[in-house]
Write a protein that binds this ligand. Structure first.
Ligand code: SF4
Ligand code: SF4
Length: 353
């Protein structure tokens, strides 16, 4: 892995170089302190330091709604290219966003690759950017606060310059497209980088103990906390929509003015009809069951299947819940005093979560 240095005044020129590798997707400030991830034409609008965009990069891999097939009456169906973005360069990916991409890759490129995801993912260049956590970030607790793979280039801001890590052959191609922008990193750059890492790790204010969480959750399936949470949760699905690792989707057929189309849309396990099956049976009709299901999926079922949680601690769900439900507080409430006792017991017996 090659480590370089770039003067921060050259970042605009660097963005122009990136255009040669695809359309730029980057955070843009829509209102004071509110950032969205957008395809950017005007590079002066690029704000890679933005901590959190409302929607994550998943919207440029699988659109919230896209046509899969369309057909006119009397003719056969044809595949749509509605979800084909072509080459994109994602500028401003933070460590948690890159970990989220790894989770999406496992889901959509694992056993049965999803062609819609795969087509966009293969053409996505990832340019990471170091951030400083706020009071809603807890990626550190999930081992997602740093990253050493999964990007093409990664920029860490240092006073007056960036430390640039080259993480792939594509990253190397970008550097070679305009080598005059870069210099070899020196001892001082590495020292400043390590100091920044130290400051960053110390800056986390929010922590979640995930050490034995799957085991505690297993014990707490019938805990009253889920009923209490169901009284507060609207099952609006906002937390799922903004989550970089939530991937539920639906496929349905729609009539159009001149025929019909098959569309794929984002869905959420929190919606009442998500678990409605043929015959009218709904296996998660109760709100408490749906709320619990989301939390169990993130920190129990996914851990058992893939060996890690499907939460990267980005804080988007905390920022966007209309009733103020806080994911870390939920797990703290579930763990409770009994959870602490069980944890000690489990450790004593050598039980592995
Ligand atoms: S955003 Fe909040 S209220 Fe809406 S479904 Fe998620 S936890 Fe419930
Ligand atoms: S559950 Fe919340 S904190 Fe975790 S990855 Fe999803 S949006 Fe981010």
């Amino acid at each position: 892995m090659q480590t370089l240095r770039m003067k921060d005044g050259l970042f605009g020129e660097f963005l122009e170089v990136l255009r040669g590798f695809g359309r730029l997707v980057a955070p843009v400030e829509k209102a004071p302190g509110v950032f969205t991830l957008e395809i950017v034409e005007d590079i002066t609008k690029v704000r890679p330091e933005a901590l959190r965009t409302i929607l994550p990069i998943k919207k440029f891999l699988l659109k919230p709604k896209f046509c899969m097939l369309h057909g006119k009456l009397g003719n056969g169906a044809e595949a749509c290219q509605d979800n084909a973005y072509g080459p994109l360069v994602y500028v401003g990916a933070h460590a948690c966003d890159i970990h989220a991409l790894r989770i999406l890759d496992q889901l959509f490129l694992g056993g049965y690759p999803d062609p819609y995801y795969e087509m966009n993912r293969k053409q996505l260049t990832v340019v990471g950017y170091g951030c400083m956590p706020d009071e809603k970030c807890f990626c550190q607790s999930l081992g997602c606060s740093t990253v050493d793979t999964g990007f093409d280039l990664f920029f860490t801001p240092l006073p007056g310059r960036f430390l640039v890590t080259v993480g792939s052959a594509r990253g190397d191609d970008i550097v070679r497209a305009k080598p005059s922008l870069f210099e070899p990193a020196g001892k001082r750059d590495i020292q400043d980088y390590l100091e920044r890492l130290r400051q960053r790790e110390a800056a986390f204010q929010l922590h979640l103990d995930v050490s034995d969480l799957p085991y505690v959750l297993e014990l707490k399936k019938d805990d009253p906390v889920w009923d209490e949470l169901a009284k507060k949760c609207l099952c609006c699905g906002s937390c799922s929509m903004v989550c970089p690792t939530c991937t539920c989707f639906n496929v349905r057929d729609e009539l159009t003015a001149d025929g019909a189309q098959r569309v794929r849309t984002w869905d959420a396990c929190l919606y009442r009809d998500y678990a409605l099956v043929a015959g009218g049976h709904n296996f998660r009709a109760e709100r408490a069951d749906r709320v619990r299901n989301r939390y169990y999926h993130k920190q129990e079922a996914f851990v058992r299947q893939y060996g890690m949680p499907s939460c990267v601690g980005c804080g988007r769900c905390i920022e966007n819940c209309p009733t103020g439900i806080h994911v870390v507080e939920v797990f703290e409430a579930v763990r409770g005093e009994l959870g602490r006792q069980q944890r000690a017991l489990a450790k004593g017996k050598g039980v592995q979560a």
